[in-house]
Design a protein around this ligand. Structure first.
Ligand code: SR1
Ligand code: MG
Length: 420
């Protein structure tokens, strides 16, 4: 599984000639390629993404590049990652039906996936920056995280199948390596590609000088690297979610790997918190309080829905080798408290992962638009400092967060503070 010689980068101009003979494509968009309209819309850090619109319909064509798009060809990246991404989409479709794009075609040589196009959905991060609310968002996200976590684990899967899948996904090395370095390690030292907003030097030095904090972050990296509880999306942020005002879907699982159940919901929470902390730069005073309250409510409800769905699956789909009914229900004993304790462990992990993601998005290489679009760097630094300070608190004192209301109350405290 390495780079190949026939691979050729697609462009908007060549796409019709390259894909015009594929039934999987023409069946959906129409065979008359002269009527095709193609635009490249990739705004992520790694790949080419085309919207291909024809007389019959529209599809997405995603092609991996042999390097990191954000950095250039000085950072090569294997094309085989597209194989894992399309496999992850199949698994998510099985585990959380209807919540991720359907795959229509995969070409291994060309590292290319043709998949469902969501319309009129747009990237959630843009909506959060624009101050738009999305109905049903916590229901969808809570259900997605719970279903993929539960159904990809040995609470549900047959052990042989799950272990084989862990083996398959362990062939994907370079993509997890990005997360391992960029998320867990680089933020905590002066790594080459790091950058941060001017004005943050003092708080950054404080974070990097805190040995206990680094120890805790590395402990979470060890969990991610060694704890194969379930197949995680691996990069569940607001740029990996597409929404209308009432419907949301999850895209882009190219960072999928087997890891801890709290990983996705923790990363997701971090991205909501960064949207929250960045709001004073994006909203007028009149809208600010209400919109920030909506973001925190979204976090709380996402966890509530996650817990509700997880408990439902615990009761109805616990067919794997973990916590078997033979030990509890079959002996007339309730396992409700056991499920609560599993959920408490997931929350603990999620809180720590959340703090680490909050750090990496302002200290490491790949920042997010919530903060990056704030042109006034003085204001950006003040808001990012709140985010850094809360991230540190979450990493150092995750055990004090025993329910999600404690986390959102903490966010309100940090939102009122000055950490520069
Ligand atoms: C070099 S890639 C940087 C980031 O982009 C992806 O979206 C992931 O978040 C990754 O960490
Ligand atoms: Mg991505």
């Amino acid at each position: 599984m390495d780079q190949n010689n026939t691979y050729e980068k697609l462009s908007a101009d060549t796409l019709a000639a390259r894909l015009g003979g594929l039934a999987a494509v023409t069946d959906r968009v129409g065979a008359d390629t002269s009527k095709w309209m193609v635009r490249e819309v990739g705004d992520g850090n790694l790949n080419l993404v085309f919207v291909l619109e024809g007389p019959k319909g529209t599809v997405i064509v995603k092609q991996a590049l042999p390097y990191v798009r954000l950095v250039g060809d000085s950072w090569p990246l294997p094309l085989y990652r597209a194989f894992f991404e399309h496999q992850a989409l199949f698994r998510q479709q099985e585990r959380a039906p209807g919540m991720v794009p359907e795959v229509f075609h995969f070409d291994k040589e060309q590292a290319l996936i043709v998949m469902e196009f969501y319309q009129p959905h747009i990237i959630l991060r843009g909506k959060l920056i624009a101050g738009e609310t999305v109905r049903n968002l916590p229901e969808m996200l809570g259900a997605f995280c719970a279903r993929t976590a539960f159904r990809g684990s040995e609470l549900s899967m047959a052990s042989a199948e799950k272990k084989a899948d862990v083996g398959l996904f362990s062939g994907n090395v370079e993509i997890p390596a990005i997360t391992e370095a960029l998320v867990f390690t680089d933020p905590y030292y002066d790594a080459e590609m790091n950058h941060h907003t001017p004005g943050l030097d003092a708080i950054v030095a404080k974070v990097r000088g805190n040995a206990l904090l680094k120890q805790r972050a590395q402990k979470m990296l060890m969990k991610l690297a060694s704890n194969t509880e379930t197949m995680v999306h691996g990069d569940l942020h607001s740029g990996s979610i597409m929404s209308t005002d009432s419907d949301s879907r999850v895209i882009d699982p190219e960072f999928a790997q087997y890891g801890p159940m709290g990983f996705d919901i923790g990363m997701l929470t971090a991205n909501f918190l960064m949207a929250y902390f960045s709001q004073p730069a994006h909203r007028d005073a009149a809208d600010l309080v209400g919109y920030q309250a909506w973001i925190l409510e979204t976090i709380r409800e996402t966890f509530d829905n996650f817990n509700t769905e997880f408990k439902h699956l615990w009761k109805t789909e616990r067919t794997g080798m973990l916590y078997p009914k033979a030990l509890f229900e079959d002996q007339g004993q309730s396992s409700d408290a056991v499920c609560e304790s599993v959920l408490a462990d997931i929350l603990q992990d999620a809180v720590s992962f959340c703090g680490i993601e909050m750090h990496r998005r302002v200290l490491s290489l790949a920042h997010n638009a919530d903060f990056e679009t704030i042109e006034d760097t003085g204001l950006r630094a003040r808001l990012e400092a709140r985010n850094i300070a809360m991230g540190a608190e979450l990493i150092l004192n995750s055990d004090t967060i025993t329910n999600i209301a404690a986390l959102t109350a903490m966010a309100e405290r940090f939102n009122a503070g000055d950490y520069l």
